[in-house]
Design a protein. Structure first.
Length: 388
């Protein structure tokens, strides 16, 4: 080997393969000649060209989520928000109209409210738990309906089957953000969604050390359009993040089952506490959408519990400080339980009256339940509720 050649060879050939996916950090790929490169670009040969277009670690991760979601085509993006942006910005034209759930993740609502109008795209926000409101809001210009199946943080459920029928009848694309619900509870593509989105950042990767997203659709033309937009605008992920997410995904199923089991137990326990005036969890008998929930969710649920304390901000501060072993952090899906206070975080931009209408008071908390021993968790909550 000449010392002057900087990249002369790759690994020597060998007869074994690594058990774990290697991290392939290279941002560019070497091909034999221009014709081979041409064939890769045209999709006639498998291969990679440039990491922003696609790379092995993203492909491995996408393939695994495709299996969970019964999807033919999925693509990894640099965050959940980049997946949402790629879908909306690649598919909507100026003059078109979107119908969106009125309790979507805050940044999704912001994108629809603040950014898309500058491009001439208007949104009507409706309570999608009442599917008739979706029907009533359709105009000739409606292109997309975007929903989350369990709303955040009030955990109301939208009937995907009824909404997808309305969308099909009116030739409108149904986009479902399946982050909260996950493919273990529900597979939106099987129930009539055209496109699904994930923030892999949350339950799928599960360790709060990754920021990634995913979109998927079985319509190949639509897939190509969103893919091209994501690649052109650089909404694509790094190999290392994808590798970490793949590692987290290995335990997703077992984590999800344990977390939702803990969530149900915590919800039942919270209901009995005098300091708590309301508990929201889809499996509880008082949940307003219990019937749709039973039909749609295969006996599964989610790891999120919301509850309301009797009292104002000072009571909320005291609870968060007292329960100091539970991380007070505005996220969800971590291996550990995290607590969030929508009035001071995700819903802070709404007026007090708007929050009140949604049931989000100063005493309202959302819990993303983790893998702890349930008795330890109850003890920590007991500590939090003491002397409120
Ligand atoms: C339901 C939902 N969708 C999308 C997002 C955005 O995901 P990311 O933070 O990965 O951009 C979030 C983030 O909290 C979310 O909760």
């Amino acid at each position: 080997m000449k010392k002057t050649l900087i990249r002369p060879t790759s690994l020597s050939p060998n007869s074994s393969t690594p058990l774990v996916s290697p991290i392939i950090q290279s941002n560019v790929y070497v091909t034999k000649d221009p014709s081979t490169l041409d064939k890769i670009y045209n999709g006639e040969l498998n291969g990679y060209t440039y990491a922003r277009e696609k790379h092995p670690n993203a492909e491995i991760l996408a393939r695994r989520i495709n299996i969970l979601e019964n999807s033919k085509n999925g693509f990894i993006t640099s965050s959940g928000m980049s997946a949402i942006s790629a879908v909306l910005l690649s598919l909507c034209r100026s003059g078109e109209h979107v119908i969106a759930g009125d309790q979507l993740y805050g940044r999704t609502s912001r994108l629809l409210q603040e950014d898309l109008p500058r491009l001439g795209i208007k949104t009507t926000f409706v309570d999608t738990t009442d599917y008739k409101k979706v029907q009533e809001s359709i105009t000739k210009k409606t292109r997309i309906v975007i929903i989350e199946l369990i709303s955040n943080p009030t955990l109301r459920i939208s009937d995907i089957i009824k909404i997808s029928k309305i969308c099909k009848k009116n030739k409108i694309m149904l986009v479902v953000d399946n982050t909260f619900t996950t493919p273990l509870s529900i597979k939106p593509l099987d129930l009539g969604a055209d496109i699904i989105i994930h923030s892999i950042t949350k339950l799928l990767s599960g360790h709060s050390d990754v920021t990634l997203g995913y979109f998927s659709t079985n319509h190949s033309k639509i897939f190509n359009r969103i893919y091209d937009f994501a690649v052109t605008t650089g909404l694509t992920p790094s190999p290392f993040e994808c590798w970490l997410a793949e590692r987290g995904l290995n335990t997703f199923e077992i984590r999800f089952h344990k977390c939702q089991e803990n969530a149900e137990k915590l919800a039942v326990w919270l209901q009995k506490r005098p300091e708590v005036i309301n508990v929201i969890y889809p499996k509880l008998n008082n949940h307003p959408d219990k019937k749709i929930f039973k039909t749609l969710f295969n006996g599964n649920s989610c790891n999120m519990v919301s509850f309301e304390l009797r009292g104002n901000r000072s009571v909320a501060n005291k609870f968060a400080k007292n329960a100091n072993q539970i991380s007070f952090a505005p996220t969800l899906g971590d291996v550990g339980t995290t607590l969030s206070h929508p009035a001071s975080s995700s819903h802070r931009s709404l007026s007090k009256a708007q929050r009140k209408k949604m049931g989000i008071t100063e005493g309202f908390f959302r819990v993303s339940v983790g893998l702890e021993d349930i008795e330890d968790l109850k003890n920590e909550f007991k500590k939090g509720l003491k002397d409120l």
